[in-house]
Design a protein around this ligand. Structure first.
Ligand code: GLP
Length: 245
């Protein structure tokens, strides 16, 4: 595992953005696994700036996103499809028909999950998977559980995740209670993992996930078993982990 520490949130985003940019330059038709949440915003900003400077071409890139709230349409400004469009896809020359997000409007969970597994299989494997981390160690929406999930699944969000994400909604009742998420097995099959974390409130979970026991109760801890993991954080998020590794 490689760990890079940026002085602050913006610096973290520049490091992570440069790593993704390198992937796009080295393999112009690569498959990017993308993430949402507040953490990747500075990473996406870096990618947009590089595109605007003429340093990056996304025309042959395919992307698969980790997750989507069940019940939200892509036009809903809280949906992850909307997030991706407004924070990245609308500002670069990626072919939107090659950007995939689980279908939040499919009410039949089994069908939605099967369809997304087929999408992920059809793109031929993720070259680099960007991940954030939840306060309870969740990756994508894989919440602490007695076992690691395999493929796409419909999950009930934990109260801790609902609390963490309610800041984006008008009121807590508006936060969807379920989401479709890529499974841990699929995430682990990406060739490279790039996990980003910012802020003091992530310091404990970063230490637990990367220097603690591997357990499905801390889903991100499974990444210790992946052969190619890069962690990029700001000083605050990495403060406890860097004391232990
Ligand atoms: C959500 C997303 C995760 C993300 C997490 C952390 O639950 N499903 O993919 O990693 O939030 O979000 P943030 O980056 O805002 O702390």
């Amino acid at each position: 595992m490689k760990i890079y520490c940026g002085d602050n949130y913006e610096a973290m985003g520049r490091i992570a953005g440069n790593i993704i940019a390198a992937q796009v330059i080295l393999k112009p038709d690569c498959v990017l696994g993308l993430a949402t949440g507040s953490t990747p915003l500075s990473t996406y900003k870096t990618l947009v700036e590089k595109y605007e400077n003429g340093d990056l071409d996304f025309s042959k890139v395919t992307s698969v996103n980790l997750d989507e709230y069940k019940g939200l349409s892509g036009d809903n400004d809280q949906s992850y499809r909307y997030f991706m469009n407004t924070n990245l896809f609308n500002h670069i020359n990626i072919d939107k028909s090659r950007t995939f997000v689980p279908n939040g409007l499919e009410p039949d969970s089994e069908k939605a999950c099967k369809e997304y597994d087929a999408v992920v299989a059809s793109v031929g494997g993720v070259d680099i998977q960007l991940l954030g981390i939840g306060h309870n160690g969740h990756i994508a929406f894989n919440e602490p559980a007695p076992f690691f999930s395999k493929g796409t699944q419909c999950v009930d969000l934990t109260q801790s995740t609902i609390d963490a994400n309610k800041r984006f909604f008008e009121k807590e009742e508006d936060v969807p209670r379920q989401a479709y998420t890529m499974g841990i097995g699929t995430i682990m099959s990406a060739k490279k993992i790039l996990l980003i974390a910012a802020g003091e409130e992530k310091a404990d979970i970063m230490a637990k996930a990367f220097a603690g026991p591997i357990t499905p109760e801390v889903p991100a801890s499974v990444l210790q078993l992946h052969p190619d993991v890069t962690v990029v954080g700001d000083k605050a998020a990495l403060s406890k982990l860097l004391e232990l590794v």
